[in-house]
Design a protein. Structure first.
Lengths: 365, 373
C-alpha cells in the first residue's frame, strides 16, 4: 500500500536536509555553551552527526522504499516493531512541538507581543498543515525556493555586519573546561545534526534510493556551512555578551548599521527563521502523520495532518511553563533524551537487521 | 496575516521617543525618566523651508515628558498617564545617564534597554554630570531635537578624536568583561545667555558600573591612541615663543602588544601616523626637509605625552580602560588564571612603552608660512 505517491528528486532532498539543519538552529544557535569555541563545537557536532546519519542511511539503503515504521515491523516483528515505531513517531511529534514552541516564543517576544499565543500557534499550524497535506513533493519544491532565499539573505546580513566583527573575540582558544566543550559538541551532534533521523520517514519518497547517503551527507554539510558562518558571525560580533541574550543570532542582526541607511534589518533573520521553521515543522508533521497512518493501516495520511498539526500546537503551548525551562531543557535534558531516538533505536534496529540478515527475500514478495 | 491584528498600531497613535535621560532619586528610591518625544508634523525639513505653517523655528518640534517609577519599565509605562499616545522606543537614539545614576551603578538602569524588544542596542550612552534633564533642556541651533544634536556631536567626534562614542552593546560588553572598565562620553549643557549649549567635555570612567573619575579631552585622545581608535584630528606642536605648527592626521594606525617578562607586565603601544601640515603660526619656515623631520619628532613626542597622560590617569584610578587585561588573557591564557584575581593591583604597575612614528607627507597648498614673507 502506497500512502504517498509523490517522489522527490535528489536535489530536493538536499534542500530539505539543509532547511532541516538550519531550521530552529538559526535562532537557538547550537554550541553556544562552548563560548568562543562554539565554531569548533559545531565542527565536532557535524562529525558526530555524520556518524549518526550513516546509521540511518545504511538502514534506509538496506530497506529501499520503506520508512521506519515498515522497517521496524520487518525487523522486530509485528508487536515489538509497532511499539518501537510508536515511540519513534512520538519523538517526531514531540520534536515538532518543541520547534513550534521555539517558533511561538520568537514571534511572541519579538514580532507580535500582544497577540495571544494560541492565535500565533493556530495560524502557523494551519499554514504548515496545508503544506503537509499537499505532500512531500510540495515540501520539496517549497524548500528549493526558501533555501535559496535563505542563502541570499544570510550572505547579505553577513556582508552588512563585517564592519562590526572583532576577531579578537576568538582568543584565547580553549579557555573553558574540556568537559563543557565536549558536552557542547555532543549537544550540537544531537541538535540539529542528529535530528536528521526524522528523514527515515522520508527516504522512502526519494526517486533514487541508491544515492541516499551521498545526498544526506551533502545536505548536512551545506546546512553545517550556514551554521558555521552564523556561529563565526555571532562570536565575532557579540563576543562574551552573547551569553546574556536569548537569541544571539537575532541580536547580531539588530546591530546592522551601515551609514545610518541600512539599519533595522533584523527582520532578515526573522524571515529566515519563519521560513526554515515552517519547513522543519512541516517535515516532522509529515513524518508523524504518514507513520501514524501506516500504524493504523489507513488509506491516506491526509486526514491525519490537521488533527496531528493542531495537537502539535497544543502540546507546544504546554511544553514549558516558561522560556527559562525551555532553555534549560534544550541545554541539559534534550541531548540525553534525544540520544534514545537518534542513536539507540536506529542502531539497535540496524544491528538486529544485520543479525537476522534482513531483508531476506525482498524480490520474492 | 490575520494574527497581526492584536499588535496593529497606526503611526498616528504612537509617540516616538528619540532620546531618554535617566536619574535616580535616593530619597524616594525612585527612578526618574526624561523622554524627548517627537512631534512629527513640526520637524524641520532640511533645506530652505517654504512651509507657511510656522515650523521655521525649531520651537515645539519635540517635547519633554517625565515620569517616575521603581523600575525603568514601570516609569516607561507611567508615561502613558500623561501622554495621549503610546510611546514607541524603536527610534530612540541616546541614553543619557544622570549623575545620580552613575554614582549608584548604571547596570540596573540599563536592564530595560536590552531586555525589551523595542529599544535598540545601538543607542549611544552618555553621562551627564548633572541631572539628565538639564541636557534635554538645551535648544540646539541646527537640529530640532537634543537627541539628534547629540547624535551629530558623536558623529563629529572622529574629526578631533577627543571623544570615544560608546553604544549600549559596547558598554555592556565592557561591563561583562572582568577587567576592562567601561567609559562613556560626558555631555554638558553650559549656560550661554538664555540658551544652553551642548558640549562633549570629557570621558567618564567607570569601575564596574560606577563612575569613579573622568578623563579630560587630551587624556581621552591618549586612550584612543592606545586602543587604535584615532581616525582623524589635529596634533599641535609647540615650537616655543608662541610659534605653533599643527599636523592634520590623514591616516592613523595604532595598537598595543602585551608582554610578560619575568613576571613583569609590559605593554608596548605602537602608533603609526601619516599626516599633512595643517598650519604654521611661525616666523620660521618648517616646510623644509629638515624642518619636517623636526616636526615629525616633536609630534611623536606629543603623542607619547598624550598616551602617558591617559595611562597615568587610568593607573591612578585603577581602571583598565584600554582592555589590557583582555589582551593579556588572549596572549597568555594559561597564566591568566593567576593574574586575574590581582588585576586591580597589577594594572597600576604595568610598564607602558610608546613608540610613535609620524610621517609628514604633504604640506597643504602652500609651501611657506605667511609669517615669513
Amino acid at each position: 500500500m502506497q500512502l504517498e505517491a509523490g517522489k522527490i528528486s535528489g536535489s530536493e532532498l538536499i534542500f530539505i536536509v539543509v532547511a532541516f539543519i538550519f531550521g530552529s538552529s538559526i535562532l537557538l544557535l547550537p554550541g553556544l555553551d562552548a563560548e568562543n569555541m562554539g565554531w569548533l563545537a559545531i565542527i565536532c557536532g557535524l562529525i558526530l552527526g555524520i556518524g549518526f546519519a550513516s546509521i540511518y542511511t545504511t538502514l534506509a539503503m538496506r530497506f529501499p522504499g520503506k520508512n521506519f515504521v515498515e522497517i521496524s515491523e520487518a525487523v522486530f516483528g509485528k508487536l515489538i516493531g509497532k511499539f518501537i515505531a510508536v515511540a519513534f513517531l512520538g519523538y517526531l511529534f514531540h520534536l515538532g512541538s518543541l520547534v513550534v514552541t521555539d517558533y511561538h516564543n520568537f514571534i511572541k517576544l519579538i514580532l507580535l507581543v500582544e497577540t495571544p499565543s494560541s492565535v500565533i500557534v493556530l495560524f502557523a499550524l494551519l499554514i504548515i498543515s496545508y503544506g503537509v497535506w499537499h505532500g512531500i513533493e510540495v515540501l520539496g519544491r517549497v524548500a528549493q525556493g526558501m533555501v535559496i532565499l535563505t542563502v541570499g539573505l544570510t550572505l547579505l546580513s553577513f556582508v552588512l555586519l563585517t564592519n562590526k566583527m572583532d576577531f579578537n573575540n576568538f582568543l584565547p582558544l580553549f579557555d573553558l573546561p574540556l568537559k563543557q566543550f565536549l558536552w557542547a559538541s555532543y549537544g550540537t551532534g544531537t541538535f540539529p545534526f542528529g535530528e536528521v533521523v526524522a528523514f527515515l520517514m522520508i527516504f522512502a519518497a526519494l526517486d533514487r534510493p541508491k544515492q541516499i547517503r551521498a545526498l544526506v551527507f551533502k545536505g548536512m554539510i551545506y546546512g553545517w556551512m550556514f551554521l558555521f558562518f552564523a556561529s563565526i558571525r555571532t562570536i565575532a560580533i557579540l563576543g562574551p555578551t552573547m551569553e546574556i541574550f536569548v537569541y544571539p543570532v537575532f541580536q547580531t542582526s539588530k546591530l546592522i548599521s551601515i551609514a545610518d541607511v541600512f539599519t533595522r534589518l533584523e527582520i532578515i533573520t526573522g524571515i529566515v527563521f519563519l521560513m526554515m521553521g515552517f519547513l522543519k515543522i512541516g517535515i516532522l508533521l509529515y513524518g508523524a502523520a504518514i507513520g501514524t497512518a501506516q500504524l493504523f493501516q489507513l488509506n491516506s495520511y491526509r486526514t491525519l495532518v490537521l488533527p496531528l498539526g493542531l495537537l502539535m500546537g497544543l502540546v507546544a503551548l504546554i511544553n514549558f511553563p516558561n522560556v527559562i525551562e525551555n532553555i534549560k531543557h534544550a541545554n541539559d535534558i534534550y541531548p540525553i533524551y534525544a540520544t534514545v531516538f537518534i542513536l539507540v533505536i536506529p542502531s539497535i534496529t540496524l544491528v538486529v537487521a544485520i543479525i537476522r540478515r534482513l531483508p531476506k527475500n525482498e524480490r520474492g514478495n | 496575516m490575520v494574527s497581526g491584528c492584536w499588535d496593529q498600531v497606526e503611526l498616528e497613535q504612537l509617540a516616538m521617543v528619540i532620546g531618554v535621560g535617566i536619574d535616580y532619586e535616593p530619597e524616594t528610591k525612585e527612578i526618574k525618566l526624561v523622554t524627548e518625544i517627537m512631534k512629527p508634523g513640526q520637524m524641520k525639513s532640511p533645506g530652505p523651508s517654504t512651509s507657511v505653517t510656522g515650523s521655521e523655528d525649531s520651537e515645539g518640534a519635540v517635547f519633554l515628558l517625565e515620569s517616575k517609577g521603581r523600575t525603568v519599565f514601570e516609569a516607561v509605562r507611567e508615561l502613558a498617564r500623561e501622554n495621549s499616545r503610546r510611546t514607541k522606543w524603536t527610534h530612540s537614539e541616546v541614553i543619557i545617564l544622570g549623575k545620580s545614576v552613575v554614582e549608584k551603578g548604571a547596570s540596573n538602569f540599563l536592564d530595560y534597554f536590552i531586555r525589551d524588544p523595542e529599544p535598540r542596542p545601538l543607542q549611544w550612552i552618555l553621562v551627564a554630570e548633572t541631572e539628565s534633564k538639564t541636557v534635554f533642556e538645551a535648544k540646539p541651533e541646527l537640529e530640532s531635537a537634543v537627541a539628534m544634536a547629540v547624535d551629530g556631536l558623536l558623529e563629529n567626534a572622529k574629526l578631533t578624536s577627543k571623544v570615544q562614542p560608546v553604544d549600549l552593546i559596547q558598554f555592556i560588553s565592557y561591563l561583562i568583561s572582568k577587567t576592562t572598565s567601561p567609559t562613556a562620553p560626558i555631555i554638558t549643557a553650559s549656560n550661554e545667555g538664555d540658551n544652553k549649549k551642548l558640549e562633549l567635555s570629557g570621558t567618564a570612567v567607570f569601575k564596574k558600573d560606577k563612575m569613579v573619575g573622568r578623563l579630560n579631552l587630551v587624556e581621552t585622545r591618549g586612550m584612543l591612541w592606545v586602543t587604535g581608535k584615532v581616525k582623524s584630528g589635529v596634533i599641535v606642536i609647540d615650537l616655543g615663543d608662541e610659534q605653533w605648527n599643527c599636523l592634520k592626521i590623514i591616516r592613523a594606525k595604532s595598537s598595543f602588544k602585551p608582554r610578560l617578562k619575568d613576571g613583569e607586565l609590559e605593554v608596548e603601544v605602537n602608533v603609526n601616523l601619516i599626516t599633512t601640515l595643517g598650519g604654521q603660526i611661525s616666523d620660521v619656515d618648517m616646510s623644509t626637509s629638515e624642518g619636517l623631520k623636526i616636526l615629525e619628532k616633536l609630534a611623536a613626542k606629543e603623542i607619547n605625552k598624550e598616551v602617558m597622560g591617559a595611562v597615568k590617569k587610568a593607573q591612578s584610578l585603577r581602571t583598565d580602560i584600554f582592555g589590557f587585561g583582555e589582551a593579556f588573557h588572549r596572549k597568555y591564557p594559561k597564566r591568566w588564571a593567576k593574574l586575574e584575581p590581582d588585576w586591580e593591583q597589577l594594572f597600576p604597575k604595568i610598564k607602558v612603552k610608546v613608540r610613535s612614528n609620524v610621517i609628514v607627507e604633504l604640506v597643504g597648498k602652500t609651501t611657506k608660512p605667511l609669517g615669513t614673507l
